[in-house]
Design a protein around this ligand. Structure first.
Ligand code: SAM
Length: 343
């Protein structure tokens, strides 16, 4: 029996089910917590075009991952809609046997004009990032002068194209946008869209999460529950990242992603592919595995499949769980890689 047929789960028994594909390392926004202008400034060397995987290369890898058990694909970045004709890639991915779900995470800047084409190509769902409805707060965060109203238009366009329910990701950072939690909840209650609050992740220069800037999921839930009664909803599937709640009055659902205070490494079935073809087995993995080299060097599908299966079988990552426990000094790398492999 070939190695790929036996090595399906990692060292902690986690199968590979989801593949996050970063299609570009570029973004128009300079969100202070993700691609801060002082790092990603005018002189920052983004990947040259020839170093990006082509759509054909991405589809080939996705097909191989599907053969290993991947069922869900998520396109991310950078800002994925900066990649021209992204709907062409979606169509290629939608044709792969075994892929049941294709989603996109976007800042929404280019979504309104693309939503119909993406849906027609086979995109099923979209997650739009929006950290505040208050332009002063939102623009200070995105550092690109982009108003919240344009993101709301994009969300409406996505819903109009049938990419529902639209998920809205709000990263909450203490002292920056926590005052936006209740207005965001009020706005999206009853809209059919699902607002998800994400704990701000900052490893800074230590090996432990810095909690100073984190508004915890528990605080967020208690704040919202104090305003509108809510109750927990069972996870839709094993390993679901968001903990879900519903408003008791029937106004819909919210989610909290407690990456820092309740890490979900145990159920993590996600592999991540960077725009230049590096495979990461964790958002915070210290190193990736080059797939572009063998891909362009003439490796067969079977050879690539075996290589990926072995990488996955050796996977030990549980970064967030370990960071929640320890605070030894060590250089962190969260901020840079977030923008490369898609948050
Ligand atoms: N450009 C797209 C977007 O804005 O959604 C996709 C890439 S972005 C890196 C993916 C998600 O990661 C966004 O929802 C973003 O808010 C989140 N993210 C980025 N940095 C983060 C951080 N330090 N802590 C928590 N979430 C973060």
């Amino acid at each position: 029996m070939a190695v790929a047929d036996v090595l399906r789960a990692d060292t902690l028994g986690r199968p590979v089910r989801d593949l996050r594909i970063s299609v570009t390392d570029r973004c128009q926004f300079r969100c202070t917590y993700c691609m801060p202008r002082e790092v990603f400034g005018r002189d920052f060397a983004f990947l040259p075009r020839e170093e990006l995987l082509t759509f054909e290369e991405l589809a080939r890898l996705a097909r191989i991952f599907a053969g290993l058990g991947v069922r869900k694909l998520r396109l991310t970045g950078g800002e994925p809609l900066l990649r021209r004709d992204l709907e062409g890639l979606v169509a290629m991915l939608a044709a792969i046997d075994g892929i049941a779900d294709i989603a996109l995470t976007t800042n929404g800047a280019l979504l309104a004009g693309k939503a119909m084409a993406l849906a027609a190509a086979g995109l099923r769902r979209v997650t739009v990032s929006l950290d505040s409805l208050d332009d002063a707060v939102f623009m200070a965060l995105n550092d690109a002068g982009f108003p919240a109203g344009r993101v709301l238009e994009a969300i409406a366009a996505a819903a109009g194209a049938g990419l529902t329910p639209v998920k809205v990701n709000m990263v909450v950072r203490r002292g920056v946008n926590e005052q936006s939690i209740l207005p965001m909840a009020a706005h999206f209650r009853g809209s059919g869209h699902v607002l998800r609050f994400i704990e701000y992740m900052d490893v800074g220069t230590t090996n432990g999460w810095r909690l100073d800037d984190v508004v915890t999921a528990a605080e967020i839930i208690s704040l919202i529950g104090g305003q509108w009664p809510i109750e927990p909803v069972a996870a839709a599937y094993p390993g679901e990242v968001a903990t879900r709640y519903r408003y008791r009055d029937g106004a819909g659902e919210i989610g909290v992603i407690a990456s820092v205070t309740q890490p979900f490494c145990r159920g993590c079935t996600r592999a991540r592919l960077s725009a230049d073809g590096m495979l990461y087995t964790c958002l915070f993995a210290a190193a990736g595995h080059d797939l572009r080299g063998p891909l362009r060097g003439g490796a067969s599908d079977q050879a690539l499949r075996e290589q990926i299966a072995v990488i996955w079988a050796r996977r030990t990552d549980r970064y967030s769980e370990q960071r929640t426990r320890h605070t030894r000094p060590q250089q962190g790398r969260a901020k840079v890689e977030m923008s490369r492999i898609g948050g």
